[in-house]
Write a protein that binds this ligand. Structure first.
Ligand code: GAR
Length: 202
């Protein structure tokens, strides 16, 4: 059997996208990769518990306590021989030093149809609030490569979600997760892992 790509997932919060990735690995939707490391930049993030329950190694790296935050991340990722880094609700912008070290090896899930409602300052519920304030009728989620421009890397997959009358940022966030993020993030992870292991064979 071909080797699997080694995946690290970077998280900051509840980790429902991490859970979708774990579930996809268990059900075989992700067959070309394996999550071997979860790193949180928030102490006590529930995502860490999800990882631990699945038997995945966890690390916490706090910006406030780590003089070279990105250097420490690189040390952990390179030390773990990670092939693909998935940002799943990771609420910290990474500099060019980091993104260029892992060119075409970092993907992110964003809760809107990029290029709408994205870039610096657009994260979590703020994205859904902005979509509702603007009055768009359709939003969705995007999985994209990560480069030095926040939410500016090449798009891998997108899925649209209808806005419904009476939506609040919270109801919209839930629908976008259920109908888009938790579907396209695992599918994108499998796509990129397959490409990575195929490249490695050539
Ligand atoms: C998700 O909706 C994700 O798309 C978003 O944060 C949430 C994390 O939830 N990410 C961003 O806004 C990044 N700009 P989770 O911790 O339950 O996966």
């Amino acid at each position: 059997m071909a080797r699997k790509a080694r995946i690290a997932v970077l998280v900051s919060g509840g980790g429902t996208n991490l859970q979708a990735l774990i579930d996809a690995q268990n059900s075989g939707i992700i067959a070309s990769g394996e999550i071997t490391l979860v790193i949180s930049n928030k102490a006590g993030a529930y995502a860490l518990e999800r990882a631990a329950k699945a038997g995945i190694r966890t690390e916490t790296v706090l910006k406030s306590e780590t003089p070279d935050f990105e250097g420490r991340l690189i040390e952990l990722l390179d030390g773990g021989k990670i092939d693909l880094i998935i940002l799943a609700g990771f609420m910290s912008i990474l500099s060019e030093r980091f993104t260029s070290h892992y060119k075409d090896r970092i993907i992110n899930v964003h809760p809107s149809l990029i290029p709408s409602f994205c870039g610096e300052g657009f994260y979590g519920l703020r994205v859904h609030r902005a979509a509702l304030d603007y009055g768009v009728k359709v939003t969705g989620a995007t999985v994209h490569f990560v480069n030095e421009i926040p939410d500016g890397g090449k798009i891998i997959m997108q899925k649209a979600v209808d806005i419904e009358p009476g939506d609040t940022p919270e109801t919209l966030q839930k629908r976008v997760m259920e109908q888009a993020e938790w579907i396209i993030l695992p599918l994108s992870a499998e796509k990129i892992c397959k490409e990575i292991i195929t490249e490695a064979k050539q």
